[in-house]
Design a protein around this ligand. Sequence first.
Ligand SMILES: Cc1cc2nc3c(=O)[nH]c(=O)nc-3n(C[C@H](O)[C@H](O)[C@H](O)COP(=O)(O)O)c2cc1C
Length: 151
Amino acid sequence: MEQAERKKMRKAIVYASIHHGNTEKLVKSIAEECQVDLIDAVKQSDADLGSYDMIGFASGIYFSKFHQSMLKFAEKNLPDNKKIFLICTYGGSANYRSIEQILNKKHSKVIGKFGCKGYDTFGPFKLVGGIAKGHPDEEDIKNAVEFVKGL
Ligand SMILES: Cc1cc2nc3c(=O)[nH]c(=O)nc-3n(C[C@H](O)[C@H](O)[C@H](O)COP(=O)(O)O)c2cc1C
């Protein structure tokens, strides 16, 4: 797709960032460089996504899933047949299954996925000062912005 054509597509990113604001840091940096509307699924449980050409779902990983508020939001507000991209931050490893199960039901196509580490002090990790300290870092942010620009 030509860049001019890409720019015309309306994009939104729905996000849930609870633990350290790791995911929020990424999506806010993306919004500074790309034309996207940000929707905080924790604060806002409803939104009309009908007018968007592409919708991103961005979340930290909690017990191997996207955050419950995000999953509920997608169940409730995502229209069928949308183009979707996924973003997550995680202490250990990415896991997209929870959101993908909802997307399958809604016949939505995932056009890209991006994940990076995010500072994690949950449970025993707190005792050792946390893991993935400093993440997302400059490099992670740069990669996330490029990912969205390339969609
Ligand atoms: C309650 C809780 C559960 C978590 N579970 C996982 C997990 O199953 N796998 C993982 O890789 N990271 C896990 N993490 C780490 C977070 O995914 C990571 O810190 C993420 O960047 C948090 O994003 P946020 O700051 O945007 O909320 C967990 C963190 C918390 C607080």
